[in-house]
Design a protein around this ligand. Structure first.
Ligand SMILES: Cc1cc2nc3c(=O)[nH]c(=O)nc-3n(C[C@H](O)[C@H](O)[C@H](O)COP(=O)(O)OP(=O)(O)OC[C@H]3O[C@@H](n4cnc5c(N)ncnc54)[C@H](O)[C@@H]3O)c2cc1C
Length: 490
């Protein structure tokens, strides 16, 4: 916004980057930024330990994300110097009915952390970790801490959170607001199932501690709650002993159904500590190269891996078994070299019209085969297709939705498209919608970290039995509906 604020009606502003000053006109309910105004002319914005930014670069960055598809421009970006800043600015925005969105690493691809005309709160400065000691069973971390930093800090004491996303440079708050899935879920549940307490700033600007036994309605509304009822500022995470090394297996399958069946066998039996898988295209461009990825942890948390016992009865091609031992952290951070290569090649900044579906086990092969038959290597680009098998009874967080079956599969088609090829992006978004409908028709849904056009009615269906509680928590904790409009839920 470029309108110069009038003295009358402006709340107090504060100097932001350079000479710019930001103020708020309550009569017009609009923000105003001026390069020439003086902070003393403006009245009302809270005093902050951190900084509020309204420069072009900050607003442009906050109006973009990993998807590069949706662009909603905020009027200001808060880099908090303290939790108190988050409280003060959310209170202010609540009074003025201004929309607010927390942003961790901005890796959601479809505008989920963006907010037109409102305030983006960057959580990255809230990244304290610890203390953690040898016998700790939990660690408390700031919501802006990245999982790589949490892993390094806890591994220094031989400890680790039990579940990781494949990519570690995501914020704790960002993954706890969606679920946090990885190959360890069949053993330990999702990241949200391994949180013992939270500190949350509600939409009314109240700072609340919550846990399964204290303000449990808020706790359960925030974990996998897509930012709708509160901003996580701190999380207490469960820790387990860490292995020193792991053995990583890659097994090839030429048939989708057998590949999925063996994933199911492995998660039911719990033979491995980690199970995922990929599908890639063969030389003719057909998606029928299936690779099951399985990992067994070594001492001190597991026995030395026994190849024959671990692979017994599996129906992979025995002539193409790849396995290798590596340090635990190198395994957790295995995507780092690939991400560096993608950045080097310029494809990290491609558009990401991602499809992420939760498919019931009984229909996973049929639904995914139809989607894979229609997929071309050109549409996937330098992206990947992934399957994560999930066990229902390990998933205890009400808002993390899967199918009702014992085994579900997270099926990801993670396309990467040159950002100026908007025709392909649009076509893939339409295809994502059809794929979602096919999944919903058999009792599946989406894992909400992708780019699927979704209506409010879809969200009600998505949350199913959990919807009434989410709606009620929204009324209680974000009564003016200011939080995270980019999800399009309320
Ligand atoms: C390369 C890559 C790999 C990935 N791998 C996995 C994977 O293996 N498993 C998996 O489960 N997911 C994976 N994801 C998805 C990822 O977990 C989600 O997109 C996650 O939300 C991103 O975290 P972020 O810090 O970037 O969040 P952001 O994109 O910044 O925010 C995501 C949403 O959460 C809200 N939010 C952010 N911080 C908070 C907070 N503190 N309190 C409340 N709400 C908040 C935002 O407003 C927004 O709506 C991957 C994503 C990428 C880009």
């Amino acid at each position: 916004m470029s309108r110069t604020p009038s003295r009358r009606g402006l709340l107090r502003g504060l100097t932001v980057t350079g000479a710019a000053v930001i103020g708020f006109d309550p009569a017009a309910r609009s923000w105003a930024v001026t390069a020439s105004g003086s902070a003393t002319e403006l009245a009302g914005l809270p005093r902050l330990d951190g900084t509020l930014h309204a420069d072009h670069a900050s607003l442009t960055a906050a109006a973009d994300d990993y998807g590069h598809i949706v662009h909603h421009r905020p009027v200001a970006v808060l880099r908090p110097g303290s939790v108190r800043d988050v409280v003060s600015m959310v209170r202010f925005c609540n009074e003025q009915r201004l929309p607010v969105a927390p942003r961790g690493q901005g890796h959601a691809p479809f505008g989920q952390a963006q907010v037109e005309g409102g305030l983006v709160i960057e959580t990255a400065p809230l990244a304290d970790i610890g203390p953690v000691g040898k016998g700790s069973t939990t660690v408390t971390v700031g919501a802006g801490a990245r999982w790589s930093a949490v892993a390094k800090a806890t591994l220094a004491h031989g400890l680790t959170p039990p579940v990781f996303t494949d990519y570690l440079e995501l914020s704790v708050g960002g993954t706890l607001s969606v679920g946090g899935l990885g190959g360890q879920v069949h053993r330990h549940g999702a990241q949200v199932d391994n949180v013992t307490a939270l500190r949350v700033v509600t939409g009314a600007g109240e700072l609340v501690r919550c846990s399964p036994s204290r303000r449990s309605d808020l706790f359960h509304a925030v974990l996998a709650g897509l930012g709708q009822c509160g901003i996580i500022v701190e999380a207490t995470l469960r820790l387990v002993r860490a292995p020193e090394t792991v053995r990583h297996y890659r097994l090839s399958y030429d048939d989708l159904e057998t590949f999925l069946d063996d994933q199911r066998v492995l998660v039911r039996e719990g033979r491995f500590d980690y199970v995922e898988g990929q599908v890639s295209a063969d030389a003719g461009g057909a998606f029928r190269v299936h690779t099951l990825e399985a990992v067994a942890y070594g001492p001190p948390t597991g026995p030395a891996p026994d190849d024959a016992a671990l692979l017994r009865g599996l129906r992979h091609d025995p002539s193409t078994v790849h396995s290798g031992d590596l340090p635990y952290y190198d395994f957790l951070d295995r995507l780092a070299p690939l991400v560096a290569a993608d950045k080097e090649a310029g494809v990290w900044t491609y558009a990401h019209p991602w499809l992420n579906l939760m498919l019931p086990g009984s229909s996973a092969a049929t639904v995914s085969a139809r989607i894979l038959n229609a997929l071309t290597p050109a549409d996937l680009g330098p992206g990947v297709v992934l399957f994560y098998p999930l066990l229902r009874d390990r998933l205890t967080t009400p808002l993390l939705r899967t199918s009702d079956e014992e085994v579900s599969y997270l099926f990801d088609v993670l396309s990467a498209v040159p950002p100026d090829d908007t025709a392909t992006v649009d076509r893939l978004l339409t295809a994502n919608r059809s794929a979602y409908e096919a999944a919903a028709a058999v009792g599946g849904t989406q894992y909400p970290v992708g780019s699927i056009p979704f209506t409010r009615a879809d969200w009600r269906t998505h949350f199913g039995a959990a919807w009434p509680r989410l709606k009620s928590a929204k009324r209680t904790y974000d009564p003016r509906g200011i939080l995270v409009p980019g999800q399009g839920i309320f």
